[in-house]
Design a protein. Structure first.
Length: 95
């Protein structure tokens, strides 16, 4: 498990952005006994997906829809990546 500070350092995303992503339901944490946020290491991949999607113009709503189709905390399979990239390409080509 990683602290919010560790995720921020390793992903290059500010803590406030991680809190925002969590509030939007894009990533999820648990709480430690001391009530501190803890993230599984896989969250680094999800943050990377969010950042790439934003860089190509996807809205947070579209990103959330994409991530909602993935089992929480799982690694993406090649088939899942293919489905995501196809969906994003179709969305990007619409006027």
């Amino acid at each position: 498990m990683l602290s919010v500070g560790q995720v921020a350092r390793r992903s290059g995303v500010p803590v406030s952005t991680l809190h925002f992503y969590e509030a939007k339901g894009l990533i999820h944490s648990t709480r430690s006994a001391g009530n501190h946020r803890q993230y599984p290491a896989i969250v680094l991949r999800y943050v990377a997906i969010i950042r790439v999607a934003q860089s190509v113009g996807m809205s947070l709503e579209e990103i959330g829809e994409t991530l909602s189709g993935i089992q929480s905390g799982s690694k993406l399979t090649a088939d899942e990546w293919q489905a995501i990239s196809t969906r994003w390409k179709e969305s990007a080509s619409r006027p």
